[in-house]
Design a protein around this ligand. Structure first.
Ligand SMILES: [Zn+2]
Length: 66
């Protein structure tokens, strides 16, 4: 499975694993970062390729029925 380039300009939900705060980021941002900082102040959390795939997949499923 790959990160679909057609989703790069779309808003996706990124959830902090610590406080579960949901943040909106563009697909290309998610694709390009290795770590992210939560809006709640949790710093430098890793974003693995597997997690990126899961975010893209969740987004794709959520928008499938349009
Ligand atoms: Zn957080």
């Amino acid at each position: 499975m790959v990160l679909s380039t057609e989703l790069f300009d779309q808003d996706m939900i990124l959830q902090c694993p610590i406080c579960h705060r949901a943040m909106v980021r563009k697909g290309y941002w998610i694709k390009s970062v290795k770590t992210f900082t939560c809006d709640g102040g949790h710093n430098e959390m890793r974003l693995t390729y597997g997690q990126k795939i899961a975010i893209f997949e969740r987004h794709r499923q959520a928008t499938d029925n349009r």
